[in-house]
Design a protein around this ligand. Structure first.
Ligand code: FE2
Ligand code: FE2
Length: 132
């Protein structure tokens, strides 16, 4: 049973990013489940790696599209992505930290809150430019 329900994410209205967000939630839930199931370090590391690669790809895609359309809050958005990546990198280098749920909770909150709050802000902006 995953920690984050897919329905807890609000849609941005841009299909490819909504698909990415579902994938991010799926991987994060896998990570949570692996930790709960007994913390097999190798498995946790593998999933953290997968999450970091996917998050980086996704953040870059958002930033490139937003930059292309001169999104006014791009710098703030980019900063939020960097903070999530920094936290992810910390976990990757010291995966035992993930066992302590405080840092894991930070990561989950950031992922969900960022998607819920910041990402849904760019939805109408991109929609107005014909991107769905
Ligand atoms: Fe996003
Ligand atoms: Fe974002």
């Amino acid at each position: 049973m995953g920690l984050i329900h897919h329905n807890s994410l609000l849609k941005t209205g841009v299909q490819r990013f909504d698909d990415d967000h579902l994938q991010l939630v799926t991987i994060t839930n896998q990570l949570h489940d692996a930790i709960k199931a007994g913390f097999d370090l190798q498995t946790v590391q593998r999933i953290l790696q997968e999450l970091a690669v996917f998050a980086e790809h996704h953040f870059k895609a958002e930033e490139e599209l937003l930059a292309h359309h001169d999104y006014p809050d791009l710098e703030q958005h980019r900063l939020a992505h960097q903070q999530i990546m920094t936290r992810l990198e910390q976990l990757r280098h010291d995966p035992e930290q993930a066992h302590g749920s405080i840092i894991m909770q930070f990561l989950l909150d950031w992922l969900v809150n960022h998607t819920k709050n910041a990402d849904t802000m760019y939805g109408p902006f991109l929609n107005r430019r014909g991107l769905f």
